[in-house]
Write a protein of this length. Structure first.
Length: 123
């Protein structure tokens, strides 16, 4: 009986540790999302927001053409909490029902070939 209790407690402890690790290290906004690639080729639309408590902060809205790994085009609109670096490349995560859920800056050599080609030919 003691051996069974130890095994059950060990399994429960392992599940708890696994759940904590998962919650801390997985960005759920990226799970199941389609990936598109954009280049920041214009300034974001600056918006100043005032909360009910009087606190103010600034956001920047971007609408850019993005391309997936197959070179398929999509217009993407998203918000950033800071102005993004001009000419930077981003991997943008898009969910059909939510739109853009996350993004991260990537280097030119990390872009898929077809997306890189399309971005290079943008006006």
């Amino acid at each position: 009986m003691k051996k069974t209790t130890i095994i059950v407690l060990s399994v429960i402890l392992a599940l708890i540790i696994g759940a904590v690790f998962l919650l801390q290290n997985v960005n759920f906004n990226r799970l199941g999302a389609d990936e598109y690639y954009v280049q920041i080729n214009k300034e974001g639309q600056k918006n100043e927001v005032t909360l009910d408590n009087g606190e103010k902060f600034t956001t920047y809205d971007y609408t850019l053409l993005g391309y997936n790994e197959n070179g398929e085009e999509k217009t993407l609109t998203f918000m950033a909490m800071k102005e993004l670096r001009k000419d930077a490349y981003l991997r943008v995560f898009v969910k059909e029902e939510k739109g853009v859920t996350s993004y991260q800056e990537v280097k030119l050599d990390e872009l898929p070939d077809k997306a890189k080609e399309k971005l290079a030919n943008q006006p």
